[in-house]
Design a protein around this ligand. Structure first.
Ligand SMILES: Cc1cc2nc3c(=O)[nH]c(=O)nc-3n(C[C@H](O)[C@H](O)[C@H](O)COP(=O)(O)OP(=O)(O)OC[C@H]3O[C@@H](n4cnc5c(N)ncnc54)[C@H](O)[C@@H]3O)c2cc1C
Length: 409
């Protein structure tokens, strides 16, 4: 089967990668556009997958292997679609690509980073560490090629970085590019972001360093993360003796996100396992409105049976500093008891918001801002930009989106 026009897939997370691979493996030309320097989306930053608790690196590696072999698939990183004209079967799109300053000759040997004195906040590690201004995002980074954050780099470091590369891969003269492409169909798979939980003022995020988000917890627990997999209190590096997971941090709240973010209960149940493994003597709490484990009830039951874990139904009322740690106030809805719990660290199960900033087309959205299949201009949403979901579900969704493009020839 062949198609003269390519399909444009926007977003290089699990949804976008899966859509692009399904199409490419059917013999269709595909252009995959990712705004950051590396693909993989949120999954690339996870320590383990629920419910099997296997590392997501296996799934990613299989997909990266398929990508390396994919015919007719062009990947643009640090790229954004800024204009969409036309309709199904005949779109003209404009793609702006930022310079990487490191070309295809890079072997990822790391000598450029060693020569570089400038540092930047490590967004891959959720701001809990620094990288050099020339860096790779994690050991699985794809493409496995360094990127230079020129704004974070001192002028004096630039020639040192260039001279350190014996392969001639550092190209400081690269300039931004504007590409114009004709495509037959567009799949929008830009995923999700965490709700800005500092807006939920009674939960203490932003003011209290030991109140972290669930994405930060993924990096803390990861052996390749900023603490080498030890679950340490951010303020002073103490090994945690008590941790609470606070559900619905922003979700199911009419003042914030009225909807259920779908995935956070399972993410917290998984992260309870991280704490039980890394700090077996720590006491663990989970505070929730109700636990929504969906098809993974057995996984939930296993954690309920663990005596070191206390799962309490109650919406947390406040979090504040107490001594060297934190105190959390909550009413146990089942017993009617008002509780004050002292803790070393609190993990907020932050809500999910769709990544739909600055869309270059008129979108059809639901009441909460998730993209829907609209009549015009026929752009097909896939994955978490459509609704919160786990990886298995977004991969199925991506396959559906790929098939739908075939009807738009
Ligand atoms: C704490 C936590 C833990 C989780 N753990 C698990 C788990 O163990 N197992 C599981 O099955 N699910 C888990 N999930 C759910 C999982 O994160 C999602 O299913 C998955 O991220 C969905 O992939 P996606 O491609 O739709 O979105 P994303 O992962 O968000 O990927 C979207 C991609 O699009 C890119 N992008 C964004 N905007 C643009 C733009 N304008 N142009 C170009 N590119 C853009 C982004 O940079 C990103 O690479 C967890 C969720 C949370 C919150």
């Amino acid at each position: 089967m062949s198609q003269s026009k390519a399909t444009l897939v926007v977003g290089g997370g699990m949804s976008g990668i899966s859509t692009a691979l399904e199409l490419s493996e059917l013999g269709r030309p595909v252009i995959l556009v990712e705004k950051s320097p590396f693909i993989g989306g949120k999954v690339a930053t996870f320590n383990k997958y629920f419910p099997k608790l296997c590392p997501p690196t296996c799934g990613l590696e299989i997909n990266y292997k398929r990508l390396r072999k994919a015919a007719n698939l062009s990947l643009h990183t640090q790229a954004q679609v800024t204009k969409v004209d036309g309709g199904p079967g005949d779109y003209t799109v404009t793609i702006e690509v930022a310079p990487r300053y490191v070309n295809h000759k890079c072997t990822a040997c790391g000598e450029c980073a060693e020569a570089c004195g400038s540092e930047r906040d490590d967004d891959f590690n959720q701001g809990m560490a620094k990288t050099k201004a020339i860096y790779l995002a994690g050991h699985m980074a794809y493409p496995h090629r360094y990127v230079l954050d020129k704004e974070a780099c001192d002028e004096a470091d630039l020639p040192k970085i260039k001279d350190a590369c014996k392969y001639g891969a550092v190209d400081l003269d690269e300039t931004p590019q504007t590409l114009t492409e004709q495509v037959g169909a567009i799949v929008w798979a830009t995923g999700w972001e965490s709700y800005d939980v500092s807006k939920v003022d009674y939960l203490g995020k932003g003011e209290l360093p030991d109140v972290i988000t669930n994405l930060q917890m993924e990096r803390l627990a990861d052996p390749s993360g900023p603490t080498g997999g030890k679950i340490l209190r951010p303020s002073d590096g103490k090994e945690v003796e008590s941790v609470a997971f606070v559900q619905c941090a922003g979700s199911r709240d009419i003042n914030h996100l009225p909807y259920c973010s779908g995935i956070c209960c399972l993410a917290s149940l998984k992260q309870i396992c991280y704490v039980r493994e890394a700090a077996p003597n720590a006491k663990v709490y989970m505070f929730h409105i109700d636990v929504r484990a969906g098809k993974y009830e057995e996984f939930y039951a296993k954690i309920q049976a663990d005596e070191a874990v206390e799962i309490i139904k109650g919406k947390v009322a406040s979090i504040f500093p107490e001594g060297e740690g934190l105190r959390l106030q909550v009413e146990n809805i089942e017993s009617g008891e008002s509780l004050k719990v002292d803790l070393d660290m609190i993990v907020l199960a932050t809500g999910i918001v769709p990544n739909t900033a600055d869309l270059p087309f008129e979108a059809t959205m639901d009441d909460y801002g998730f993209l829907m299949l609209g009549d015009a201009p026929g752009i097909i949403p896939a994955g978490c930009v459509r609704r919160p979901a786990d990886v298995a579900t977004v991969v199925q969704d991506a396959t559906g989106a790929a098939m739908r493009t075939l009807t738009q020839e």
